[in-house]
Unconditional design. Sequence first.
Length: 314
Amino acid sequence: MQHARAPHAQLSPPALVVEGLRKTYPNGTEALKGVSFTVEEGEFFGLLGPNGAGKTTLISILGGLATASVGRLSVCGLDLHKNKRAAARRLGIVPQEITFDPFLTVRETLRFQSGYWGLSGNDRWIGEILERLGLSDKADRRMNALSGGMKRRVLVAQALVHRPRIIVLDEPTAGVDVELRESLWSFIGELHAAGATVILTTHYLQEAQAMCGRIAIMNKGELAALERTEDLLSRFEGRVLKARITGGDLPPALLPHVIRRHGPEVTVRVGDAADLSAKLAELTAAGVRLENLTVREADLEDVFLNITTSAEAA
Ligand SMILES: Nc1ncnc2c1ncn2[C@@H]1O[C@H](COP(=O)(O)OP(=O)(O)OP(=O)(O)O)[C@@H](O)[C@H]1O
């Protein structure tokens, strides 16, 4: 379900330009070590990376919750530092952390947020957002009476009240049920088709593979890869063999092809049928027995692990 870029993409300034962004926290942690990339208007862009890669730090800087130590960000051609309010008006950020005024109702929360953006008479759009995110029957409930999943829906709703041109979703589906996941993606997919740019961070790589046209992979504060999703996947043509090994260890010749290993559970990259036979023969020759053997097409998770773990080894 990859979404095509909006037709006007070439004419507009990029949705987001990140230039040489560095962030060192007061405790000395270098969360961003000079990150640069551009997201064109109308893209569905994935920002992936293992825990601690720096994704949330980048989004916090974008949302004005943290300041960059060095570097520049611009949103729809507006420098985030010089045109803070105008740039922020174009952004709808769904953060990971849930914080609300507990005594406001859901509808009041959204009206309050509309007021923040100077929007009056926004009730029709608020009603539509509530409907699309399955919140209509909770509209008059106080925030503190909602379940965690429902609060997360309000977080999404809140980011959309001012119809932002760029929707930034930081782990929007972490811990949410299938129903929200589906309604969220269908709604976001429509907003994207209508021209919104979407920037998504997620640990669900299948989600990123299905939704994103381009993917950036961050690792330890640096950009480790940035490619169109299909190019990223084709970097890793072939299949992967997964098995539990007993009776011996992997022969040294196979070690460069190991994608991941947890005790006896190994995942090894293999090419065509001849390569698969050759690797199986090497294993047999090394006295290794294979249990629960499966061979499947490589997916984004394999590419991701290959990129992030090879950087670790380097
Ligand atoms: N307020 C802070 N003070 C000090 N260090 C911080 C702070 N916030 C984050 N860090 C550190 O900065 C690095 C990047 O963290 P960040 O939360 O941006 O990563 P992430 O890619 O979003 O990770 P995750 O996938 O776990 O959300 C980590 O080493 C983290 O411990």
